[in-house]
Design a protein around this ligand. Structure first.
Ligand SMILES: [Zn+2]
Length: 441
């Protein structure tokens, strides 16, 4: 793990917000190809970002309405944004919001399914390149009209009735019996406790004098109300963000999903269109509550810290078995395409291509950018590490590692543990990396 830090005084700081469309074409695979492909666009998927100028080489933050960007696709995305912004890829954080009626991409996994001939594509390579072209255009356009930043602000508001822990249904020994998914109609599961969550929507805003230029919202839950119906949507988190954007056309609203590996809306969501509306309203109200009491300070300096991780790939998932899973035509598409995504990631992890993590320090406010689907414990831990600071965590950066359970949960089993692609030592590696990124010096 090598760590880098650059600190800059921020006199003359500017922000250039950008947005571009990443809605997949009709017929494109959703969530890696094992659910219904795109049939209808209910609302557009967006990439929302900003470039920070005037503090050394530009810094780029971007939130994408996709399920995941794994391995080399994540590098490609960061590289395209870096080139357009005139910076280096290590100064670009790209995080997915993790909706499921949306692309979930990996070049190696696409190559693996394409060579089979009978499997749905993981991704449309030409569409992916079009998205990168749009990214470059959007950043170039934004850089023509940057806005001054004189102040920043931060606040949090409680979100009621959205997040619930997925791992609450256990036997006497603590082992997971079943997952409480994103939607749930089983009264027994709904009845169970909310479990460990982070109840807060956190917001960090950039101001030009009294004018709010950008607002970045952070909340931790899987963002799906219902899916697998071929209808593309930014779902309740995206819809709430779009509503805030409509309220305030002059402020650029962005939404990041936190460490939601073991978090979903299951306790509060029966999977109906009415539930989607109420979840949207609750996130929206959380954003309003969060923004209503922003603490505001002049922005005098900022720091960008990065570190890399090379976690060992999970040994108990044999790559040869995955290859057989993919090529056995009697297996389900779900099993075969998911095996392709796993194999793509395990090969990358084995080759020790580093995973990039970063943090932006704005005085007492720290924005932390993590890979994969970490459990909620990680963002609570990040905040506890810096009790005097205000820590906002965005997960779903490089999706290569898939789930990142805390090590205590490995013996309890369950879907998330079965879909973790790193060894349990990933907990210690990630925790140490977070500590370094959040430390002020
Ligand atoms: Zn997930």
């Amino acid at each position: 793990m090598s760590q880098k830090q650059s600190t800059s005084s921020a006199g003359g700081l500017q922000v250039a917000p950008f947005k571009f469309d990443v809605t997949p074409p009709l017929g494109h695979s959703c969530c890696g190809g094992w659910i219904k492909p795109v049939e209808v666009i209910d609302d557009a998927l967006e990439a929302n970002g900003l470039v920070l100028l005037g503090a050394g080489r530009p810094i780029v933050l971007c939130a994408v309405d996709w399920t995941g960007l794994s391995n080399a696709t994540h590098t490609a995305w960061r590289t395209a944004l870096a080139e357009a912004a005139g910076t280096t890829p290590d100064r670009v954080a790209v995080q997915c919001v993790h909706q499921h009626n949306a692309p979930f991409v990996c070049f190696e996994a696409e190559r693996l399914v394409a060579e089979q001939g009978d499997l749905p594509h993981i991704m449309d390579l030409a569409f992916f390149q079009r998205c990168l072209d749009r990214a470059r255009e959007a950043v170039a356009q934004a850089l023509r009209q940057p806005r001054p930043v004189t102040h920043f602000g931060w606040g949090q508001g409680r979100v009621e009735g959205v997040a619930s822990n997925r791992r609450v249904y256990r036997d006497a020994s603590g082992r997971i019996i079943a997952m409480r998914g994103s939607s749930c109609r089983d009264p027994k599961m709904i009845e169970l406790t909310e479990g460990l969550i982070d109840p807060f929507c956190k917001t960090v805003a950039f101001f030009d004098g009294n004018r709010k230029v950008a607002a970045l919202h952070y909340y931790a839950t899987h963002p799906m109300s219902f899916y697998a119906d071929g209808r593309v949507t930014s779902d309740f988190a995206g819809l709430a963000r779009k509503q805030r954007q409509k309220d305030e056309p002059d402020c650029h609203h962005m939404y990041f999903t936190g460490c939601a590996g073991n978090i979903g809306a299951g306790k509060y969501n029966d999977g109906t269109p009415a539930a989607r509306l109420s979840l949207t309203r609750r996130i929206y109200e959380g954003m309003i509550a969060s923004e209503s009491k922003l603490t505001r300070l002049p922005l005098s300096s900022l720091a960008w810290k990065t570190t890399t991780l090379c976690p060992p790939p999970r040994q108990s998932i044999a790559m040869a078995d995955l290859a057989t899973m993919i090529s056995t035509r009697t297996n389900s598409v779900l099993d075969r395409n998911r095996a392709a995504l796993w194999l793509g990631s395990l090969r990358r992890l084995e080759s020790q291509v580093p995973i990039m993590l970063s943090a932006l320090h704005l005085g007492p406010v720290k924005l932390l950018h993590l890979p994969g689907e970490p459990f909620i414990e990680f963002q609570l831990r990040a905040q506890a590490m810096q009790p005097e600071d205000f820590v906002c965590t965005a997960a779903y950066g490089d999706s290569g590692p898939w789930y990142i359970p805390v090590k205590e949960e490995w013996d309890s089993g369950g879907y998330e543990v079965s879909s973790a692609l790193c060894e349990p030592v990933m907990d210690d590696l990630l925790t140490a990396a977070m500590k370094g990124l959040l430390a002020s010096h």
